[in-house]
Design a protein around this ligand. Structure first.
Ligand code: HEM
Length: 506
């Protein structure tokens, strides 16, 4: 992760919106050369199958972010790509993303992750918001928003995340004390446990004891299953899953088995949650009646009864699958960046300490008083985005970089190259959480600058777990870095892929 920033080879086109009228680009404008045609967009080769072969041969699936960065450098700020059965238009400038966002419609659509969808279909599981589209998606999504996105929901689940973050720090402190003066460790397994413990507490209202000296093997297996499911997804995206299923291809079998495991883990906990709630309410669910205690997202959805049990299961399983790697990996990068930028770490720590002292023990107030925590997370996700693209299918014709994009084309905002582009960010490789502070000049650097922080996607279809993830990560950093004067994070080792070890001295 030490590459240079993206230098764009082509100048930006002129005013994009002028040629679109009533959702259609005027044919005359295309013919007269005012707007260039779709076919003229620079591309990486016409044959999707030849490209797919190249991807396999050069192992590009694991380096897709680098491939995109290189391609933008070579072809400019927009290019087309066909790989296997998929075709996309790729963009990275905020003004273009803003244009895309304006044409996403009432039911925004992402690229379907076909292997995930095929798994649900062959096992006859319902789909959750991640895989649904249209009105079906919207009606589930509105229910979920109430439980995980709205400010009332955040207030309900924040104390649960705070409890898990504090316990994690206590466990770390005990380890530091046992080790003597300092502790050097690979934080990765602990971060995954932290993320799973936090997810289970918020989603099921249940602590699962992952910080004990003998955490359960079942939970470890769940973590492995999520990792296996995620690593087998990219190569499967470009091949028809049903064909692989017929051939019993090992890649497909591994993928489907990983999903089966994720489903059975969720199923067992949902059953337990159901029984717990039923017994606490004498057999029937009444909204808000679980003894006044917050019963977790699952309990809330069951109490309200607006979604069928089947849909609750589908959505809860997706929340669980989406909730572990997504926060554990950025936290690892946060430790890495804070470790190798001690002056930034000190600034964050100072702000956290002051805020903590003024917050009177209220974690939400403490977070609000320490905006550098939010800046740190934004900065980590800018440099190391979890999902490297956000895709949409515009519902009307649009013009990007002066090229005609017909409605229904898959357009991807490429987050990794955007985060490292010097056209979009000043000194892009510098880790600087203050660049997100309000009033900083840089905020106005690029046109459409509201569309520079896109790690959670945008609009009505943005990440539904966003508030859980942001608060979970910020509380973790608050407790690990600032709450105790003793915790100072140092980076140890020099692994190519980021943090090898974190060092916590007394
Ligand atoms: C750093 C952490 C995370 C990042 C960067 C992230 C990123 C994303 C992105 C980019 C999308 C697509 C949004 C779009 O199309 O505009 C998404 C969707 C989604 N995420 Fe996350 N996510 C994170 C954490 C989580 C967590 C903790 C959960 C569950 C608790 C979760 C559950 C979901 C679900 C269910 C969707 C589909 C939403 C829909 O289509 O309506 N994510 N996420």
């Amino acid at each position: 992760f030490t590459s240079g920033s993206v230098a764009l080879g082509v100048k930006r086109g002129f005013c994009v919106a002028a040629a679109v009228e009533d959702g259609k680009v005027k044919v005359g404008d295309v013919r007269k050369g005012r707007v260039r045609s779709f076919q003229e967009i620079p591309h990486t080769g016409r044959s999707g199958w030849v490209n797919l072969l190249r991807f396999w041969r050069e192992d590009r699936f694991r380096q897709l972010h680098k491939h995109m960065e290189r391609t933008f450098s070579a072809l400019g700020p927009i290019y087309r790509e066909n790989v296997g059965t998929l075709s996309s238009v790729n963009i990275l400038l905020p003004a273009d993303v803003a244009e895309l966002f304006q044409s996403e419609g009432l039911h925004p659509r992402r690229m379907t992750l076909q292997p995930w969808a095929t798994h649900r279909e062959i096992r006859q599981h319902s789909k959750g918001v991640f895989l649904k589209n249209g009105e079906e998606w919207r009606s589930d999504r509105l229910q979920l928003n109430k439980e995980v996105m709205m400010s009332g929901a955040v207030q309900r689940f924040l104390p649960l995340l705070d409890e898990v973050a504090r316990d994690f720090c206590r466990m770390l402190q005990v380890r530091v004390e046992k080790e003597g003066r300092s502790l050097t460790m690979d934080p990765s397994p602990d971060l995954f446990r932290f993320a799973l413990e936090a997810s289970c507490h918020v989603i099921y209202g249940e602590r699962i004891g992952l910080f004990s000296s003998s955490p359960s093997l079942e939970s470890q297996k769940f973590i492995w299953a999520v990792e296996r499911m995620l690593t087998t997804t990219p190569p499967l995206l470009y091949l028809p899953p049903r064909l692989l299923l017929c051939l019993s291809a090992p890649l497909w079998t591994q993928h489907a088995t990983a999903w089966d495991h994720i489903f059975s883990h969720a199923e067992a906990r949902i059953q337990r949650g159901y029984q717990r709630l039923a017994s606490s309410q004498g057999g029937g669910f009444v909204a808000g009646a679980a003894g006044g205690q917050y019963p977790g997202v699952l309990g809330q959805l069951m109490e309200k009864g607006q979604l069928s049990l089947d849909l609750i299961k589908a959505n809860i399983t997706e929340l669980m699958a989406g909730g572990v790697d997504t926060t554990a990996v950025p936290l690892q990068f946060a430790l890495f960046e804070l470790g190798r930028n001690p002056e930034v770490q000190e600034k964050v720590r100072q702000q956290v300490r002051t805020s903590w002292a003024q917050a009177g023990g209220d974690p939400q107030k403490a977070l609000q008083g320490a905006p550098l925590l939010k800046g740190t997370i934004k900065e980590v996700l800018r440099l190391y985005p979890v999902g490297i693209t956000v895709q949409r299918y515009p519902v009307k014709d649009i013009v990007l970089q002066n090229y005609h994009i017909p409605a229904g084309t898959m357009v991807q905002a490429c987050l990794y190259p955007m985060g490292r582009s010097s056209e979009v960010f000043e000194d892009p490789l510098r880790f600087d959480p203050t660049r997100w502070s309000s009033g900083r000049e840089e905020g106005r650097r690029a046109e459409g600058s509201g569309f520079r922080s896109l790690a959670f996607g945008f609009g009505a279809r943005q990440c539904v777990g966003r508030r859980i993830a942001e608060n979970e990560m910020q509380l973790f950093l608050m407790h690990v870095s600032g709450n105790s004067r003793k915790n100072e994070i140092r980076k140890e080792g020099s692994g190519k892929t980021g943090t090898k070890k974190a060092h916590f001295p007394l």
